[in-house]
Design a protein around this ligand. Sequence first.
Ligand SMILES: [Fe+2]
Length: 483
Amino acid sequence: MTTPFPKSPTFMTIDEPFRFEGDLYDLEVEGQIPAELDGTFFSVGPDQAFPPKLGDSNPFNGDGFVRAFRIKDGHCDLQLRYVMTQRLAAERAARKGLFGHYRNPFTDDPSVKHLSRAVANTNVVAHNGLLLAMKEDAQPYAMDLQTLETKELYTWNGQMTATTFTAHPKIDPATGELFGYAYAAKGEASDDIAVYAFDKHGKKTWEVWFKSPYPGMIHDCAISENYLILPLIPQVMSLDRIKAGGIIFQWEPSLEQKYIVIPRGGEAKDVRVFSAPNAMPGHVVNAFDDNGKLYLDLPVALDNVFWFFPEAGGKFPPPGSFGTEVTRWCFDMNDKHSKAVPSVMSRMAAEFPHCDDRYVGRPYKYGFMQASDMSKPYNPERAGPIMGFFFNTLLTMDMSTGAATTWFAGDTSSTQEPVFAPKSATAAEGEGYVLSIVNRRAEHRSDLVILDAQRMQDGPVATVKLPVRLKYGIHGNWLPTSR
Ligand SMILES: [Fe+2]
């Protein structure tokens, strides 16, 4: 590499490129890893392997880098691997960045025109014996669950013909069926949506195509027992803009949030669209339906949170500023007006939620999240400036009341997305552990913390000490060995 990485928020402090693949065997543990924890905590995030071709880049453009914590009998091992995408292989061969702006193929080096732009950096989901490394602007990559060897760009053996697939599929806990969707499903900036389901053996069970109300971002989805919901974000794509070398998304403050609802197994004519005032729907906690009423829980940010996708005039939120309302939407399927009715559960700046996976799509009680609590102290002299996404608190929220029990990670630390691991397959809902990577920013190092989900205020029951720094990741999941 003959060009240094830029000194920009994408590549500074804890987000300096890491780029080191390897294995760490039997990590040092403070406290005690609960004996009943038996499984793998998979997560993934961007780690750009080469300096951007065009000088700088946004944080979503980095190469997918997988972290797998293998936990058994109170011990923990760690595997660190890149997803070996066509893109990374090409850039390694050329020893330089070849791909241009985020989701803008018109800015790529001509030599990579025939290659997938997939970076597979947003989520890792186990299904049908494969680990799927996913990002919403391309098809996923399949990896080996044990070795993390990258197998192939994955289309469910040709059953999935959309050019993209979400990073946030949902798996029905009763059947093992995976529900997902593609937006921009016929190429960048197109307003085509495709919805899919695949059974636990990977056989397609549902496919339906329809048009989006506007060509916006659809980052996450939800399922209930009878419906699938797609929250449409007022971040709007433009083919003309990317053809001119610009940014694909632009925040549109005049557009409503839309919640696209379709009965599971339904056809395009069954699609309903519910509306709510302009705001930014975030990640799904869970959804359920009851007697013709459909409920969706998710944090809603009152403004755009992506500083790298500003408004037309260039207005953008300062990095580190972040406010959300954890909201329960009600969609009355008998209401002809199609208004989404909100109830605000909590005004904590909470995001990156998980529920207990055994309750996906069903009435449930607990959400597990991280929050950005700026009332807590932060020591920039020791920890460095806050330059990107910043969270410092882990929490369990009672979704019937919005009340939360929290753990603050400290004035030189930041948290990553927490996942939930039940104590056993038959444990009561929420009985189990919250796992999160914590960045020790003053030490340029990370830990894995494990907390009792029902006693968050007590702090970690175990802290797995890492001799390395793990960059801010995006999403992950707990996979019990028994599943
Ligand atoms: Fe996400």
